[in-house]
Every structure is written in C-alpha cells, then in structure tokens.
Design a protein around this ligand. Structure first.
Ligand code: IZC
Ligand code: ZN
Length: 424
C-alpha cells in the first residue's frame, strides 16, 4: 500500500497505548518513538513506528516529509471555549485593573451580559466571520479540534443561532468543532430574578437543541450569584435524560460544591475547579471525571491557580488544559500560551502538559476513540513542530512553534501559517 504522506526522522510523541485519559503519574508518559515515522492514507493513520521499521516494511508514500529530528505530536484539542460570540470587552479592563471583581462586573449588568447584548444583536454572517478569525488563529497554532459553547443568548433564538453558526463552521473550515449547550450561563434581566422559571425555559431550548442535533454536551455556570448547586443539579439531571453528556463550570470563584455535583452526576468534565474542596476534587477523580483546568483565566483575573499538583500527585487524577477563550475572563485563542501558563502556574511538566492538550483533551470532548493520539486507525490530525524539544514549547512563550499541521491527513498549515485553500 502506498501512503499519502509519511513523516520520517521525527521525535514522535504518540500518546498511544490503552484507552481512556491518562491519570496522575501516567500523564508523564507521552509514548516517545524516536527516531520515528508517522504515515497515513485517506485521512487515517496507517503506520506509527521506529525508522528501522520503515525500511523493513518497504513503506512508500506520495509525499515523504523529512522532519530532521523535530517533534511530531497529535493535533492539539482545546476542550473549553466560548468561541461563537460578538463584540469584545476591553472597556472593562479599567474596572478590572481598579480591582472590581469579575462577578461584580456581571452583577452590574456587564461581563457576560454585555456579550449577550452584542450577540443577540449580531446576525449569523457576523458571528461566523468573528469565529472564523479565531479558528484560523487556533489552527495556525496546531489546534485541530475545539469545543464551542453557546451561552451568549440566554433566549431560544440566540442560543440556536450560536449553535447553528458552530455547525456551519464545522463543514466550512478545517477545525473540527464539538458543541456544548450552555443556556444557563447567566440570568438575563428579563427573567426578573426568577432562576427556576428561566431554567425551565432553557430546558425547553435544550430539548429543541437535541431534536436538531446541535450539541452533544450540556453545561451550566454553577457559581455564587449565578446558579446554585441545587438549581444546577435539577437542570443537568434533566439534560442527561434528554441525552446530553455533561460538563460543569464548577467552583471557579467560590467553593459551592460544583465539583461534588460533577462526580454525583457522572459528568465527563468539571471545569475550572479553582476553589473546589479536597473532597470535591477527590470525588471527581474517583468518579472518572476529567478536570479541565484553565490557567489563562487565573492569570487574566489575577485569581489563584487551580491545584494541579494536588490533583496529579495526591489524587492521581486526569487533567486536561483549555484556553477558556471568551471575551471576558480569557480573551486568547493561544493554546500554546496556555501550555506556558500551565508550566509556571501549575508546575506541570512538559510531558504532562502535552498529554493534557492532546489525549486527555480528546477524551474531555468525547472524541478519545478517534483523535488525541498517533496510532494506526486513528484520524490523521498531526503537527510537525519547528523544534526538536518538547520543553521548548512551554519555555519560549508567546510565539507560535508550529511548522506544519495536517487535519484528516490534509496539509492545512505550513510555516505556521494557515494555507489559503484550507480556510476557504
Ligand atoms: O464571557 O465571561 N466564566 N463564563 C464563566 C465566562 C467566564 C465567559 C465570559
Ligand atoms: Zn468557560
């Protein structure tokens, strides 16, 4: 069999072996094959192994790419973003610098509610254009799959509009999207403070979302002054009955018990968990909930970092890393910058960080069977980096270290730039 592409002479981090996310110490095992090769045909990986086996199997390919000893990894997965939205919130920067807390800006009608007003007012082409720009930035940095939440509508028409934009983007540019319905992201002013009635309304929207097949996951902002643990429990339990898999914005600011709830409901992920209790984190690990940590948000809000070393060393938990890309608490598309923050704020090692943005992030979006590792039979989402050193990526922060990106086997980024034909 002749392969389409064969990358040779690479330091390959395969992340391969077994199934499920890697936990605790095992996150340091990135499955090095070096010097190694990766080859694929029709978008599916057919060969991963040492160079010695390339000659032995007589492998041939239409295109042979000599990596010259550089790093090859799976495409990166960003498992928590608020991708589709209108506008920006730089007008709140001065408030933040004056020390006004994130939740206080929301209480005053700004924050999330400011983006809700902009997103309600935007039409689909405008939302599409803004999200497309962000996806290009992500792809140039090696991100081949992105989770995208709704939650800037807080009404049926706008929530569906956001999810439809994500669906259309999925088939019109290379980055794969996984949609999450986040109707209960904040209480809109027209709800008149009646969270119960609003959640009922969002459950009706959730049912419509399922009927139209617009989202796989449901999520809620379980936070002081937003939605309580009791409200979140009722909402998410009903969403589970509707067929959604669950995610929770848990204990981002206050230790409400969102992590405990994630474990109780068997959520796929509990996200943020900055303020989560020891017991909440332990319950998540015991229930197999992946902890999605978002260090850019801690950095941007000047908040404490999540307790990654406790989760990894004391609890043996599975960690994934994400940007949280959104116009308020973390306005960046750069997952490579997040990798640097994870090293500094969390003391995670380069190997743990790579596992957290590939294999574990793929499981965090329910795609671990298909992406996140380099193994025969998996989708050919592959990065050829400029460097031969994994540690160099979180070490040299703020710039793009990607050379080539292949999505489903097709070259979509070269020299760190998205190819024009790929973004059409
Ligand atoms: O727009 O502020 N935390 N939701 C919960 C966000 C951050 C996004 C935003
Ligand atoms: Zn978020």
């Amino acid at each position: 069999m002749k392969l389409d592409v064969l990358i040779t002479n690479a330091r390959v981090a395969t992340l391969a072996g077994g199934s499920g996310p890697r936990r605790g110490r095992a996150m340091r095992d990135v499955g090095w094959v070096t010097p190694g090769a990766v080859g694929w045909k029709d978008g599916v990986i057919r060969f991963v192994g040492p160079m010695a086996d390339v000659a032995r199997h007589g492998l041939e390919a239409d295109a042979v790419v000599d990596a010259g000893g550089r790093l090859v990894t799976p495409g990166l997965v960003d498992p928590h973003t608020h991708l589709v939205h209108a506008g920006s919130r730089e007008n709140e920067l001065a408030l933040k610098l004056d020390g006004v807390p994130y939740l206080e800006i929301l209480r005053q009608g700004g924050g999330i509610l400011s983006t809700v007003r902009a997103t309600r007012a935007a039409d689909e082409p405008a939302l599409m254009a803004q999200a497309r720009t962000s996806l290009r930035r992500m792809l140039a940095q090696g991100v081949t799959t992105v989770e995208a939440k709704s939650g800037y509508g807080l009404d049926e028409a706008t929530e569906l509009k956001q999810l439809r934009v994500a669906q259309q983007l999925c088939s019109s540019q290379p980055v794969e999207l996984v949609s999450t319905f986040l109707g209960p992201h904040a209480l809109p002013p027209e709800a008149g403070g009646d969270a119960g009635a609003f959640l009922d309304q969002m459950l009706a929207v959730a049912a419509q979302v399922r009927r139209e097949g617009l989202a796989e996951f449901a999520d809620i902002f379980c936070e002081a002054g937003v939605f309580s643990v009791e409200q979140s429990r009722r909402y998410l339990a009903r969403c589970r009955e509707l067929g959604f898999q669950l995610k929770i914005h848990a204990d981002e600011v206050e230790p409400l018990g969102g992590a405990e709830l994630a474990a109780e409901l068997g959520a796929v992920t509990a996200d943020h968990v900055i303020a989560a209790s020891d017991n909440g984190l332990r319950a998540c690990v015991e229930a197999g909930v992946i902890l999605v940590l978002l260090p850019g948000t801690s950095w941007n809000l000047g908040a404490a970092p999540a307790r990654a070393r406790f989760i990894l060393d004391d609890l043996g938990g599975a960690v994934a890393l994400a940007t949280d890309y959104n116009p308020g608490s973390c306005p960046t598309e750069s997952l490579q910058l997040i990798m640097a923050f994870a090293a500094n704020l969390y003391r995670m090692t380069p190997e743990e960080i790579l596992t957290a943005v590939t294999r574990n992030a793929a499981y965090a979006v329910g795609r671990g069977h298909r992406i996140g590792t380099l193994e025969a039979g998996k989708q050919a989402d592959v990065i050829l980096w400029q460097t031969d050193s994994l540690a160099y990526i979180p070490y040299h922060f703020g710039v793009n270290h990607v050379d080539q990106v292949y999505k489903r086997g097709v070259l979509v980024v070269a020299n760190g730039q998205v190819l024009e034909e790929a973004s059409a």
